[in-house]
Structure formats: C-alpha cells, structure tokens
Design a protein. Structure first.
Lengths: 236, 405
C-alpha cells in the first residue's frame, strides 16, 4: 500500500541570475513499511526530495501525497501537524537544541502535541532507554559524543510514534562503529513496521540496509533497484 | 500549557547565561537612566524649592528694585529709608516690621580670608524671633544669639564643613570680620537654602557699626497679624508705596514679595525642570528601546536554526511566536527590574555625592512606586514588542530554510 508519493515533483531555486532545478520532475511511490534509500552524489537533489516528503519544503511544481493526501496544498499549521505526528526526522548534524538536555530534547515534540508533563517525562525516559541512553538523560548535547547525540535524535524522532522516519545522511558525522549502531536502530524500527527513507551518498550503506534504492542524478531519478531474493535488480 | 512554554523560555534565558545578560544590557541602561533621572528629578525639585525658600504664609518682604541687577545690599539697588519703614509699620494688618541688612563681608580666621554675607539680627526678642523664623535657623553647635550678645556671631554650616581656614573652626573661637574680633557663638544646622549656609549672622548694631551704615535699610521683613489677610495687606502696602512715591501701576521701583508670589516663581522653574527631566527620560527610554529591539533581533536571527528544528519536530508558527514572545517579554521584565535597581543605586550615589560636595545643596533621592512600576511595565512591553517582529519573521520562514542557517 502506497504511503508516500511524489508525482512529477519539481523544486527550483533562484541562485542569483541562474535558476537551479534541484529536483527536475520526479515521480516515485513508497509503500508502508518500506526501507527506501535515496542515493546519489552531492547536488543530485536527494536531500531536497527528502525535504519534500517530510513537508519541510513545498514543491514548485507537481504534488506530494502522504496517505493519499496532497500535502502541497496544506497550510503551514496543517503541515506542522503532519511533521509533528506522522514524521520523525534524523539529520546528519543531529540538530539537537543546545540549550536543552537529552531528555528535554526528546520531550519537545511531545510538548508541541500538547502532551502533559508526566506523559512527556515518561515517554522520553522510555525512548532514551530504548536507545541505551538512560544514564545520559540530563546531559546537554555538547556533553555527548556524536553517536550519543544521534541516538538522542532517534529517540526524539520517535517521540510521537510517527509512521515515517526520514534520515538524511544519519551516519555522515559518525565513525564506523557509531554509524553501524545508528543503522541497526533504523533497521530495528523498520522491522517494527516504521517506513524509513534514508538519504545517503554511500552505496554500501544503502545496499546493506535498504530494500529499495532510488539513484538520483541532476535532479532526476536515474534508476530504481530492488532487493529480490538477496540480489539487487534494476526495476526501471 | 502556557506555563510549560514559560518554563521553556525561562530555561532558554538561563542556559544562554552571559548572552542573555548582554541582551538585557540595553534594557538596563535605558531603564536605569530613566529611573535615576526621575528619582533625582523630584529630589531636584525639592532642592530648588529649598533654595528659593518659599516664604512662610504670614510673612512679607519689601525691597526696592534697583536700576540694575544685583544681590540684596549691592549698590545697584537704592536703599529703603526710615520713612518707608514707618509706612510699612503704619499699614493696617502689619503686626511687626523689621529692618534687615545683608552685606558682603570678609571673615578672617587663622590668617585666611573667606568671603560671605553678613546678615543682621535685630535687638528685640520679638523681632529676633521673626528673623530666626525667616531663616529657619536652628543651632547645630552652640546656641542662637539673644538680644544682648554683641561681639558674637552665628555662622552658616558652610563655614564648618569645609576646611576653608586651614584649621577647623569651633564654638568659642574668635574670628575677624572687617578687622573686628567676633566670638563664634553658634553654628547653624545645614539648610536646604545655600544662601543661609553662607550667612554670618551678627547683631544689627555691630553690623551697622563696622560697615558704617547710616539710616538706610536693605529690606523690610513684615509679619501680618492674620495670615488670611495677607493678600489684602500686600495690596494696601503696594497702594501706600505707590501713593508715597507718586508712581502709576507698572512703574513701581519697589517689590512686595508674598508667599504666593515666591511660590509661583518656584513653580514656573519646577515646571521647566519637570519638562527637561521628562524629555531626557523619554530620550533614554527611546535609546533603551532601540537597544532591546536591536539585541532581540540579532539574538533571534542567531537562533533561526533552532526555530527550524522546532518546526521540523512539529511546532506551529504560533507556538514559535509564543515561545519567543515569552522569552523576550521575560528578558524585558528581568531587565526592567535590574534596571530599576541599578537606577535607584545610581540615583542614591549621585544624591550622596552632590550632598557631600561644597555648595551645600541637599539633593534627596525620591522613591516613586508608580514610576518604578511604569518603568518595569514599559520594559516588559518593550521586550515583547521588539521580540514580535524578528520572531514572526523567523516563524514564517519555511523550515528547510531556517534549518539551513
């Protein structure tokens, strides 16, 4: 069943005199429970595509459907609602709020959804336990290692129990071991039914974890490969 | 819900530590300037009122207006005569009239000369009391002179507080005034009128003798029998003098000062002082307000990425606005309170320095609750107002752009 769909989506930026077509007409469908990777070199438009799916950005042309709902036509408040409830973000640079402790960072999305104080406390504790950070709850981001920060970010992404996890180069700032740990968590979340979209330039990372890979180049999808019986096969 | 966001805002301020204080610096300065100006402004009013020494409600002063400007007793002013004095005494409603003399004078002690003004003390106890009342004279050391105390003087506080003579002056010491020896019988308590602090009070007979004063009179002080009748007594005096001198209204070369007159003159000056102080205060507030707006703006710009993150995890625009509004309001509030405290300390410090300084001006700091509350309220308002614009700008940025910062 299709959960996410981009239909002829384009995103243009004006950079001085020139018009940059960051995404130049892509159409794709991602099923519920999928683990999809969007792969490509830097500047290929993979992050922009992810931002469109995550409703952090709106397409210049075309449409983005989430649960068959065209989100490119929603207003700011409804988009915020979607981001808060349906989507969890994991960024390359963690994007934790520096003034808040690990626990408070995890509590923040719950606060925006109107959860009570006890609810927030309890949920944040559970999630930090899940990512093995029970002993780091009161630490501030700058007191945590990169791997620990990214695990806090995972816990935060899970706060409102979203259907979709969007991860933009989640291992980009981590060493191999910490990166593996983060990917293991994503794998586990996918196993529990979350739909995951991973953006990466790393072919091996994509192949090791995703079930379907969209390869992008110059704002277009170059090819789609799918793992069928432990073998990668091009589907288009 | 709002409490949660208020706590979040308070946390943000606390965590940002020195940066928050720097943001509040503009508020401190503006509010501190206003509060200290206002506190000193009302003190200044009091000091000015004191300097002008508004007359008691039952007393009048009659003096001649000179051809030129000059202090009482200067040659620029023609003297009053005994004829004038009788005119005053014979006016209905005047209970007591006293001839008064004030002259510039040199006092020498320990070989050092200091210039001041000598004022006369009349002989009879009743007249003497009137003069003491007039000056609000109270002894700080020693005593006030009585009718028979010739060869003695009372000094204003000025002569005590400064080490003018190279040697402290005390009760019982002898000083030279116009080469005549006088014993210091008393020193007056400090007056809010600096003229009084510079006075040397001596018996009228001594004063007239050493300065060889003939029949002239510097000015006449009069007390009316019924203070409610004072305006009509003043009017009668004016008519009598005009008739005596054959002058038309508007041509008078004398003046009759009543308490109302001296008060209205003081009030005019106070109004001017008020306008100036309020003007300076308004300018400081404006500058303070610009400071808040400026620091708030840069502070929010710096945190655009944070706003992007909050939007990415589900914060709606109005929540972002609320958080930053609470934060800037809180900064304004704390800044206002600290500013008020600094302002009051500053004002009391300045008041202390001015009151210690030579010149004998007593500047008292006045603590005015309505002003203080208004200053804090304004600062809160200013904080929120200057937070609204940048917060709204940041909140309406697409999250992807905010995140890129």
């Amino acid at each position: 069943m299709v959960l996410i769909e981009l239909a002829g989506a384009e995103k243009h930026y004006q950079m001085g005199e020139t018009l940059v077509r960051a995404i130049d007409g892509i159409s794709l469908k991602i099923n519920r429970g999928d683990f999809a990777a969007i792969m490509g070199p830097s500047g290929s438009g993979k992050s922009t595509a992810l931002n469109l799916v995550g409703s952090l950005d709106l397409p210049t042309k075309g449409a983005v459907y989430l649960d068959s709902r065209n989100i490119s036509q929603l207003d700011e408040s409804q988009l915020a609602q979607i981001r808060g409830q349906k989507i969890g973000f994991i960024f390359q640079s963690f994007n934790l709020i520096a003034n808040l402790t690990a626990k408070e960072n995890v509590m923040l999305p719950l606060l925006f959804q109107g959860a009570s104080s006890e609810e927030r406390q309890q949920k944040a504790q559970e999630l930090l336990q899940l990512v093995n950070l029970t002993d780091r709850m009161g630490h501030y981001p700058n007191q945590l290692s990169g791997g620990q920060q990214q695990r806090v970010a995972i816990a935060r992404a899970l706060a409102n129990d979203p259907e979709i996890i969007l991860a933009d180069e989640p291992t980009g700032n981590l060493d191999t071991q910490a990166g593996e740990q983060v990917m293991a968590f994503l794998q586990e979340l996918n196993r529990r039914g979350k739909t995951i979209i991973l953006v990466t330039h790393d072919r091996n990372l994509a192949r090791n974890h995703a079930k379907i890979i969209y390869s992008m180049k110059d704002g277009k999808i170059e090819k789609i490969t799918k793992k069928i019986n432990h073998k990668w096969e091009a589907v288009s | 819900m709002v409490t949660d966001y208020l706590l979040l805002a308070a946390r943000n301020i606390r965590r940002r530590g020195i940066r928050s204080w720097l943001t509040m610096l503009g508020i401190f300065l503006g509010i501190a300037a206003v509060v200290s100006l206002i506190s000193l402004g009302s003190g200044l009013q009091q000091a000015v009122t004191g300097q002008f020494g508004a007359l008691d409600a039952d007393k009048l002063v009659i003096e001649n207006l000179g051809a030129g400007f000059g202090p009482p007793g200067s040659t620029a002013v023609a003297k009053l005569t005994n004829h004038d004095f009788k005119l005053v005494q014979n006016t209905a409603g005047v209970e007591l009239a006293v001839k008064r003399y004030i002259r510039p004078m040199q006092a020498v002690y320990n070989g050092v000369a200091v210039f001041g003004s000598a004022a006369s003390l009349p002989d009879s106890p009743k007249e003497l009391q009137l003069v003491y009342d007039f000056l609000d004279a109270e002894p700080l050391q020693g005593r006030l002179l009585e009718e028979t105390s010739r060869g003695q003087v009372i000094l204003g506080s000025h002569y005590l507080e400064e080490d003018h003579f190279g040697k402290p002056l005390a009760i019982g010491k002898t000083i030279l005034i116009q080469n005549q020896e006088f014993k210091v019988a008393g020193i007056l308590k400090r007056s809010s009128n600096f003229m009084v602090n510079h006075l040397i009070l001596m018996p009228e007979k001594d004063l007239r003798q050493i300065l060889r004063i003939g029949n002239e009179i510097d000015f006449i002080a009069a007390q009316v029998s019924d203070q409610n009748q004072l305006p009509s007594v003043a009017q009668r005096l004016e008519q009598a003098f005009r008739k005596d001198r054959r002058q038309k209204i508007g041509e008078e070369d004398f003046s009759i000062q009543t308490p109302q007159q001296s008060l209205s003159a003081v009030n005019t000056i106070l109004t001017i002082i008020n306008i100036i102080v309020s003007g300076i205060a308004a300018i400081s507030l404006l500058i303070g307000g610009m400071g808040i707006a400026n620091t708030m703006y840069t502070s929010i710009l710096e945190r655009t990425k944070e706003i992007g993150i909050m939007k990415a995890v589900g914060a709606k625009r109005r929540i972002i606005l609320l958080i930053f509004l609470l934060e800037s309001g809180l900064l304004g509030l704390i800044g206002g309170i600290v500013g008020v405290i600094i302002g009051l300390l500053l004002a009391s410090g300045i008041a202390g320095i001015v009151s210690q300084a030579p010149g004998g001006i007593q500047l008292i700091m006045r603590f005015s609750w309505p002003w203080i509350l208004a200053a804090i309220g304004f600062s809160l308002f200013l904080g929120m107002i200057s937070g609204i614009f940048p917060a709204w700008q940041a909140a309406k940025l697409p999250p992807v752009e905010a995140l890129r910062k």
